[in-house]
Ligand binder design. Structure first.
Ligand SMILES: Cc1cc2nc3c(=O)[nH]c(=O)nc-3n(C[C@H](O)[C@H](O)[C@H](O)COP(=O)(O)O)c2cc1C
Length: 185
């Protein structure tokens, strides 16, 4: 089982990156292989419609997704949505690489309201790419992450990681039959 953790922010001091690192550590503890990605590290250019899809960094990014079975995405809320840099990564994919994969969603808000628009936006994108989205989302406040997650919040994060890995394992196990003949649009 290979899991990709994506931090929408590459700055190591950001709460998004800190939370994504915590998620990666939880996953490693669960015995899965973890691939950690940020937009800067993936390095694909801004997709404004002028970019060749066979650029080496684009092909490498698609190959990484192909090899992955479960995805844990972390984004701060930027003007009520996921960051542009995060969305840009997925504007290089057609449906095939994420088809049948499972996605767990985490979002951080700076304000008093939970980052629900960001979570819903990421969910719509994941489903549009053919992935299954875990029904429970994890919304956290940046200040709480900065202060250090309390035991309850940390357990919520861990539970979502476990759910996504367990669901991916069951959906993709031979004989599950759930992925047979899925139509690719
Ligand atoms: C451009 C920008 C837009 C933001 N928009 C929102 C927003 O709409 N809602 C919100 O709760 N927080 C918003 N924030 C705060 C971020 O979600 C986040 O909590 C904050 O940037 C702390 O991130 P850091 O840990 O990376 O410093 C915004 C931040 C930036 C930089």
């Amino acid at each position: 089982m290979r899991v990709m953790v994506v931090s929408a922010i590459g700055r190591e001091s950001s709460t998004c990156y800190i939370l994504a690192q915590r998620i990666a550590n939880i996953c490693t503890g669960l015995g899965v292989e973890v691939d950690f990605a940020t937009p800067t590290q993936v390095g694909v250019p801004v997709n404004d419609g002028n970019v060749a899809w066979d650029l080496p960094e684009v092909t490498a990014w698609r190959d990484r997704i192909e090899k992955t079975h479960a995805h844990l995405w972390v984004s701060p809320e930027y003007h009520s949505a996921m960051t542009g840099g995060f969305k840009n990564l997925f504007d290089y994919l057609d449906k095939a690489p994420l088809q049948g994969d499972v996605v767990g969603l985490f979002a951080l808000a700076g304000g008093a309201m939970a980052a629900l628009n960001t979570l819903n936006g990421m969910s719509v994108m994941a489903r549009s790419l053919g992935a299954w989205v875990a029904p429970d989302y994890c919304a956290l406040n940046s200040n709480d992450v900065k202060a250090g997650l309390d035991e309850r919040a940390d357990a919520r994060v861990a539970r979502l990681c476990e759910t996504v890995i367990d669901t991916a394992d069951r959906i993709q196990s031979p004989g599950a039959g759930l992925l047979d003949d899925l139509p690719l649009e």
